[in-house]
Design a protein around this ligand. Structure first.
Ligand code: TXA
Ligand code: MG
Length: 326
C-alpha cells in the first residue's frame, strides 16, 4: 500500500515489521535497528546475503554517540558539514549494535537522511532505522514509491510516499583508518566535495570473494537486460545488426547511420540530462534503467559520462550494471 501516513508507519515499525521509506538518495526498506527480529526480515525480504552489512539511519548528528564510539575528528567534521545528507560514515560500533547489522564487523555504517518524511519519522521513534535500498539484492535501486511496489507488491505493508528521490543515487560511503578518510562507495556527494575538506581520499579496493564494502561488488544495480557501457555508442550500434536496442545516453539522442543497411533497431532512448547537468543525470539514472528494462530489449547500450564529479559516480554505477560476473 502506497500512502503518506506517518502515524501508521510508526506503528508498523514499533511492531518490528518493515516499511519502505523515502530518502533523498533512494527508497529504503526500513526496520527497527534495535530489533534482531526486524533486521532478519530485511535480509529475507531482500534475499540479501548475511555478509552484506546495513546502514543505520539516525535522526541527528548527536545520535552518533548512541551507536558509535572512538569517532575520528574528520568523521565529525564531515558529519557536521553534510548531515542531514547523502554521506554514510563507517565508525567503530558500540557493543549493543547487533552483529546482524554489521555482518560481524566492528564498524557500523551511519547516516542522517535528508528527507522530511524520514526525519519526522526518526524523530518520533525511540530507535534508529536500518534501511538498505528497497530492491531485491543486486537489482536497480528504487527512486519512487512505484518502483518499490513493482519489486515487493503486497510483501510490504506500507510504502511511505515521499515522491521522487531528489538525488537518485545512493549515499557516498567513507570509512577511516585512524583519522584518514577512505572512499568505500561512490555516491551522491562527488569525491571532489569531500576532498575539499579532507584532502585526497584513498579508494578501497576489493577482492571479489571478500568485498570490504559489498557496494563495491562488481555486479550491482543491474538491469535484467544485457547492458554494455561505451564511449562510442554509434560504433557499438553498428555492431548490433538486427538487434532490438535501448540506449541510455547522457545529453544527445543517437541516430542509426543511414548509410549502412544492416542496422540495429533502436526501440527506446533515454536521455539523462539534455543540458548536460550531472545532478539531473544522477536523479534520472535509475528510473531510466527501470524503464529500459521493461522494453523486452536484446540489449542496452549505455554511454560513459565524463569522468568528473557525479559523472564518476554515474560511471561507477553503470560499470556495475554491465559486469557479467559477480
Ligand atoms: O543512500 C543510501 O545509502 C541508501 C538509503 C536507503 O539510505 N541505502 C543503501 O543501503 O544504499 P544498501 O544496503 O543498499 O547499501 C549499503 C552499503 C552496502 O554496500 C554495504 O556493504 C555497505 O553499505 N556497508 C554497510 N556497513 C558497512 C560496514 N560496516 N563496512 C563496510 N561497508 C558497509
Ligand atoms: Mg543497495
Amino acid at each position: 500500500m502506497i500512502i503518506k501516513d506517518i502515524v501508521k508507519a510508526k506503528e508498523i515499525l514499533q511492531n518490528n515489521e518493515l516499511i519502505a521509506i523515502p530518502t533523498e538518495t533512494v527508497y529504503g526498506l526500513a526496520g527497527n535497528a534495535y530489533s534482531d527480529e526486524a533486521i532478519k526480515k530485511i535480509f529475507v525480504l531482500k534475499k540479501r546475503p548475511l555478509h552484506n552489512p546495513l546502514i543505520v539511519h539516525l535522526k541527528s548528528v548527536s545520535s552518533i554517540y548512541d551507536v558509535a564510539t572512538e569517532i575520528p575528528e574528520n568523521a565529525l567534521i564531515l558529519a557536521n558539514k553534510f548531515w542531514p545528507g547523502p554521506l554514510t560514515l563507517l565508525l567503530k560500533k558500540q557493543d549493543h549494535i547487533s552483529d546482524l547489522i554489521t555482518a560481524g564487523k566492528n564498524t557500523v555504517a551511519v547516516r542522517v537522511p535528508n528527507h522530511p518524511f524520514a526525519l519526522i519519522l526518526l524523530n518520533q521513534l525511540d530507535f534508529p532505522l536500518v534501511a538498505p535500498s528497497a530492491n531485491p539484492f543486486g537489482s536497480i535501486s528504487p527512486t519512487s514509491a512505484e518502483h518499490v511496489l513493482h519489486y515487493f507488491g503486497q510483501e510490504i505493508d506500507l510504502i511511505l510516499d515521499g515522491g521522487e528521490c531528489e538525488k537518485g543515487v545512493e549515499s557516498t560511503i567513507i570509512g577511516f583508518e585512524n583519522n584518514t578518510p577512505i572512499l568505500y562507495r561512490h555516491g551522491s556527494i562527488p569525491i571532489e566535495e569531500i576532498e575539499k575538506i579532507t584532502g585526497k581520499l584513498s579508494i578501497i579496493t576489493n577482492n571479489e570473494t571478500s568485498p570490504n564494502s559489498p557496494g563495491m561488488l562488481s555486479r550491482h544495480y543491474a538491469p535484467k537486460t544485457d547492458t554494455y557501457l561505451t564511449n562510442d555508442v554509434s560504433a557499438l550500434l553498428n555492431n548490433c545488426k538486427g538487434k532490438k536496442v535501448g540506449l541510455l545516453l547522457f545529453k544527445k539522442i543517437t541516430q542509426n547511420d543511414n548509410n549502412t543497411n544492416n542496422t540495429s533497431l533502436i526501440i527506446h532512448q533515454e536521455i539523462l540530462s539534455k543540458s548536460g547537468n550531472y545532478s539531473e543525470a544522477a536523479k534520472n539514472l535509475y528510473a531510466a534503467m527501470h524503464r529500459l528494462d521493461q522494453n523486452k530489449l536484446d540489449l542496452i547500450i549505455a554511454e560513459r559520462l565524463p569522468d568528473e564529479g557525479l559523472g564518476k559516480t554515474i560511471n561507477d554505477k553503470l560499470e556495475r550494471a554491465t559486469k557479467k560476473n559477480r
